[in-house]
Write a protein that binds this ligand. Structure first.
Ligand code: TTP
Ligand code: MG
Length: 238
């Protein structure tokens, strides 16, 4: 089934073995929206996001994608349309091109370049000795943390996902590069979930979900949260 990118959680709770991780989480993301996730370490951000491509099976409450219960989708077709950039970037010692096309080996060169441009890494790749054919780890070519993050975002984008999940994938980017990246994602027709610690990364989000110990303690735009949530003001405004 083709996804439109709508995601709805209704009173979703989730346990890791016996350990409660999410309690009664409800939110509604419209296709094309950007949803920010904020919360201290261990709050449940990664766990929540991993439920969307069905990386975890058991939860209570309902998750709907475009009004269909998530259980009706087979995981293979879901994961084709949902790109998750994990917290720990994984690159291998192949070419830049094959690293971007990983998981979509039939991607055309033009698609690889397009994804790299959107991920704000194309101009850096052009400076490498062999451009897109440069092999990582050879000829002394190493990538910085932020360059690795952008390469893995390009890998996610080359699949033209309907839902893009960035789990702390922009933490090493400067604010300006991150802003350019987020702006280029807005033209993508995909729903974006972004975990970030910097408020600047989330200001433009349609909604911010503020998680604390597995509970959604506030949700709304940056302005709404500033008005309504003392926790948001205190912990994250600085
Ligand atoms: P996460 O969902 O990993 O929390 P987080 O993503 O908000 O934290 P961080 O900012 O550090 O990335 O974990 C939520 C809770 O679930 C936490 O108490 C650890 C627990 N947990 C497990 O017990 N088993 C697991 O496999 C995972 C991923 C988490
Ligand atoms: Mg996490």
């Amino acid at each position: 089934q083709e996804l439109k990118g709508e995601v709805r959680f209704e009173r979703v709770s989730f346990f890791h073995s016996d350990h409660p991780v999410l309690h009664n989480v409800s939110f509604h993301a419209q296709p094309g929206q950007t949803i920010g996730l904020l919360g201290e370490t261990g709050a449940g951000k990664t766990s929540l996001l991993h439920l969307i491509p069905r990386l975890y099976e058991k939860h209570s409450g309902e998750i709907y994608l475009d009004d269909n219960p998530i259980e009706v989708f087979d995981t293979k077709s879901l994961r084709k349309q949902i790109s998750l950039v994990p917290q720990d970037v994984h690159l291998f010692s192949g070419s830049v091109r094959s690293n971007i096309a990983w998981g979509k080996e039939n991607a055309k060169m033009s698609e690889v370049v397009e994804a790299a441009k959107q991920a704000q890494i194309h101009s850096f790749i052009k400076t490498l000795p062999d451009g897109y054919d440069t092999v990582l780890g050879q000829k002394g070519v190493t990538f910085s943390g932020g360059q690795k993050q952008r390469l893995s975002i390009a890998r996610a984008l080359v699949r033209k996902p309907k839902i893009l999940i960035l789990d702390d994938s922009t933490s090493a980017l400067d604010a300006y590069t991150e802003m350019k990246l987020l702006n280029s994602l807005k033209t993508q027709q995909c729903t974006v979930f972004i975990v970030a610690q910097k408020i600047s990364s989330l200001k433009e989000a349609n909604q911010i979900l503020l998680l604390h110990q597995g509970k959604l303690i506030a949700q709304g735009s940056h302005e709404e949260l500033l008005n309504e949530s003392p926790y948001y003001r205190e912990v994250f405004q600085s």
